[in-house]
Design a protein. Structure first.
Length: 314
């Protein structure tokens, strides 16, 4: 063996010896439930009640966590609308299969009675399009290792799915299941937060960076995803009787503590979340005989639980 070949062989051997031991592929990977049961209290965060919205439907309560670090203007405007009872008495106006559920003023629809549109009060009718923001190195960031079709990097920040373009120094929230976006007209600044939607189907990532995303549903998603589909264009309801009324929307901070949901969200910069991601990437049990070895951003649910519960809701 030549000297150069010997050196190369020694380098390769040293690298292999430095690798961690191979995982036992015959052993089933732990489930999210099992990993969460072993999590530590410090790995969970309690959302700021100022950023939580309670939307009461006849079927039950939907809890939305706003994302003011990514869309601060929209978060503030939505709080103003809620505190001035704008959404109370409005309705779910659109349910498009495999796309979104949307709520707001039925009279603001194309077929509505424009003379009866509910006034916005002191909320702003137009906002700057907060589609992306500068990457903030101070915010927690957990990158996924498997790449993405729509962005150079993807991962999680503060419990929200985020895409990044480091070359341009920009990051943005993405349209995964349960994310809450701001409906608008054609003009980029025409969205105020008076009409909102949540993704109820496969992630429509093609509309990322074309609409502002204000937050995500962290409880009560079935109340929005299981509604009858609209039969009009784009899933809009054609008759008033088809719409689900919104009884009220409130900011959690405005309610007594006894009336708040004691929800906790698993920190996406925690060891338990990293273990959940890896378990989902390489799932092996009696059913999954061939692990994928990869996972997409929108295939990961961030666990949510009640403060006194040892089990996550997702």
């Amino acid at each position: 063996m030549r000297l150069g070949q010997l050196r190369a062989a020694l380098v390769l051997t040293s690298a292999l010896l430095a690798l961690p031991a191979m995982a036992d592929t015959t052993k089933a990977t732990p489930t999210s439930k099992e990993l969460i049961a072993k999590s530590k209290p410090a790995e969970w965060r309690t959302p700021d009640p100022e950023n939580l919205l309670y939307m009461q439907l006849p079927q039950g309560r939907v809890v939305i966590e706003l994302a003011p670090d990514f869309t601060p203007l929209h978060a503030q405007n939505i709080r103003t609308l809620v505190r001035e009872h704008y959404f109370d008495g409005l309705a779910i106006i659109r349910v498009q299969d495999n796309f979104v559920t949307q709520w707001g003023d039925p009279n603001d629809d194309d077929n509505g009675d424009k003379s009866k549109i509910k006034p916005l009060g002191t909320a702003k009718p137009k906002l700057a399009p907060e589609y992306t923001r500068s990457i903030d190195p101070k915010l927690p960031w957990t990158a996924l290792p498997d790449g993405d079709v729509y962005a150079p990097q993807v991962g999680f920040s503060e419990g929200f799915p985020v895409a990044r373009d480091p070359a341009k120094g920009r990051e943005w929230l993405v349209h995964c299941y349960g994310m809450v976006g701001v409906a608008r007209d054609v003009a980029p600044d025409s969205g105020s937060g008076s009409s909102l939607y949540t993704v109820i189907g496969q992630a429509p990532r093609q509309i990322d960076r074309n609409l502002a995303i204000a937050g995500r549903v962290i409880e009560g998603m079935p109340y929005l995803s299981a509604l009858p589909r609209g039969t009009g264009p784009l899933g809009f309801y054609t008759q008033a009787a088809q719409r689900t009324p919104i009884l009220s929307v409130k900011v959690a901070a405005d309610l007594p503590a006894s009336q708040r949901e004691n929800l906790q969200v698993l920190r996406t910069d925690s060891a338990t979340f990293a273990a959940i991601v890896e378990a989902k990437r390489n799932r092996r049990d009696a059913f999954y005989t061939l692990p994928a070895g990869k996972i997409g951003l929108c295939s990961i649910d961030v666990p949510v639980r009640t403060e006194t519960s040892a089990e996550a809701k997702h």
